[in-house]
Ligand binder design. Structure first.
Ligand SMILES: Nc1nc2c(c(=O)[nH]1)N[C@H]1C(S)=C(S)[C@@H](COP(=O)(O)O)O[C@H]1N2
Ligand SMILES: [Mo]
Length: 259
């Protein structure tokens, strides 16, 4: 199902109650052509979002799984090889020259190499990735905790969101259409929010967002920006692009995509 169809579907799905069991979502793509199951995913998302708002302690963890639960194949979705010469040149040298820029409303704007990020405190987690299109995969991720990076640069008092700028243009190689996303500071400082540089114990492959991709485990797949080049701290995303806080949000998706 395309993302456009997914938008339409989310508008029309009736609120049937249902729980999403891990068994149901254990493999990739099992739900793709199953409208009923997708409706369950949708309504479960809404129910749990409401429940989260009412009940959830601030740092509740997303469920973590075991090695035995890993999906044999993890679906690669959206961009799988950025149409961007600068990115391709970086990839050709295994990202040795890549630098993550962190700036905006911070005390000490900085740049970090992959070697530097790998030397920082890391977290490893096995989690389920749920795409709005209705498929799920379980993967193992290792990466730098975003909270650590944010403490290094220090936030200015008016910083409220972290914006992730990605290498991949979404239309005709035009850099003005690059993928982007944003999260609030509550998610940015969540312990499971990591800049992942390893997937299933190997350096993150290009189809999955090399050299780093965001993992925000309590939200849907489209929040998890791949090919992150630049993190900008802002007070508001109203004046960025379409003003909705992300590439898909600008096309109508929810900014908070809680699972
Ligand atoms: N830069 C970038 N990040 C992205 C996307 C994309 O197209 N470009 N697609 C999003 C969507 S909709 C999903 S489901 C996941 C897919 O991640 P995967 O390829 O590891 O499955 O990445 C998200 N992050
Ligand atoms: Mo997705």
């Amino acid at each position: 199902m395309s993302h456009d169809n997914a938008i339409a579907r989310r508008r029309f799905v009736a609120g049937a109650a249902g729980a999403v069991g891990a068994g149901l979502l254990g493999g990739c793509d099992r739900l793709s052509n199953n409208a009923a199951a997708e409706n369950v995913l949708d309504s479960a998302s809404r129910l749990s979002r409401r429940a989260q708002a009412l009940l959830a302690p601030k740092n509740v963890l997303a469920r973590e799984y075991t090695e035995a639960d890993l999906s044999p194949q993890f679906k690669a979705n959206g961009t799988t090889d950025p149409d961007n010469d600068d990115y391709q040149n970086l990839a050709d040298k295994d990202f040795a020259d890549w630098r993550l820029r962190v700036n905006g409303l911070v005390q000490r704007p900085a740049q970090f190499s992959l070697v530097e990020l790998r030397a920082m405190p890391a977290r490893t987690q096995i989690t389920r990735h749920d795409c709005v299109e209705g498929w799920s995969c379980i993967g193992k991720w290792k990466g730098t905790q975003l909270s650590h990076v944010l403490r290094l640069v220090g936030l200015q008092p008016n910083a409220r969101y972290a914006v992730f700028w990605c290498a991949d243009p979404m239309e005709n190689g035009d850099p003005r259409t690059s993928y982007y996303e944003s999260i609030d500071l509550r998610d940015a400082f969540h312990p499971q929010t990591i800049l992942a540089y390893e997937m299933n114990d190997k350096p993150l492959p290009v189809p999955y967002g090399a050299p780093i991709r965001l993992r925000v485990e309590r939200q849907l797949g489209y929040k998890m920006a791949k090919y992150v080049m630049h993190i900008e701290l802002v007070e508001s995303y109203a004046n960025i692009r379409g003003g909705k806080g992300g590439y898909w949000e600008d096309q109508g998706y929810a900014w908070y995509a809680g699972i």
